[in-house]
Design a protein around this ligand. Sequence first.
Ligand code: MRU
Length: 335
Amino acid sequence: MRTIDWVDGAVEIIDQTALPDTTRILRLSTVEELVAAVRRLAVRGAPAIGVAGGLGVALAARQFADDPDGLADAVELIRTARPTAVNLARCVRRVAGRLPDGPEAVLAEALRIRDEEIASAERMGRLGADLIASLCGERPRLLTHCNTGALATVTGGTALAVAFELHRRRALAGMVASETRPLLQGARLTAWELGRAGIPYRVAVDGAGPFLMARGEVDAVILGADRICANGDVVNKVGTYAHALGARAAGIPFVVVAPESTVDLDTPSGDAVEIEDRGAAEVTSLLGAACAPGDADAVNPAFDVTPHSLVTAIVTDQRVVRLDRGEGLGAYRPA
Ligand code: MRU
């Protein structure tokens, strides 16, 4: 099953807000529906929202075929639906570049991005599994954060693709899924995907991660990214930085897995990245029930920045960059 696809003239997604209880397909036929789905995280994860952005431009090309101003506004609305993951703006720009060639060319470009992400996931799984095996030896126990599985891509995943590949090789002892407050992508989505794959896992509250590492219950941390900056700084779901500090204190590898489409050489470092703040309500409530006084204020950065000095390696679909050995992302740009 694909997380997102183009089906009979519209975008279909698995509604991630309904998981793990309900597997519901949503059909998005207008730009407004697609943007709302991205904003409320019905479709989420950097590669998946990149694909959503590209397919959204394909929707816009049809919806605003006779309205150039409406089309320009729609493309801008899609591009800015969420600010932090580089994939969204990048894919929207790429697909919008085909608008002069007509709606069919636009759709073909969006579908190319979808297919590239599917192929990337397979390659990341293999490269990452080889790296983890070389760093950790036989049957490691891995901790992950947020959701980096098929739900965050189209199929396969990024960091979870590595876990799936290790499991296929019978080379994974089990996973700790960090729950990922406030929206519980780890507890709801990663646990759901690991269970379906038959991988043994335990869910842990986010704050337990560094302690589990200190207590010797985790052999490596493996997670994804929403943007990897030119200097190797990693912008990912809030809580990532704490796991990186925990990994450093425990002396275990901290490995980031993301496609080249998430590497942003135009952004020099994490300081330059706009971090989405999703407002107080997500923090002061949990699964729809209040968990703080009604008048509590809250701060809700959806992402944080892990300095490159804490990252052991970055695995993309093309290469493994060993930051711990002084390697950098360099000027490499995929074809
Ligand atoms: O807010 P989300 O759920 O879209 O955040 C997603 C993440 O932070 C993932 O870790 C990241 O996109 C990598 S997924 C392949």
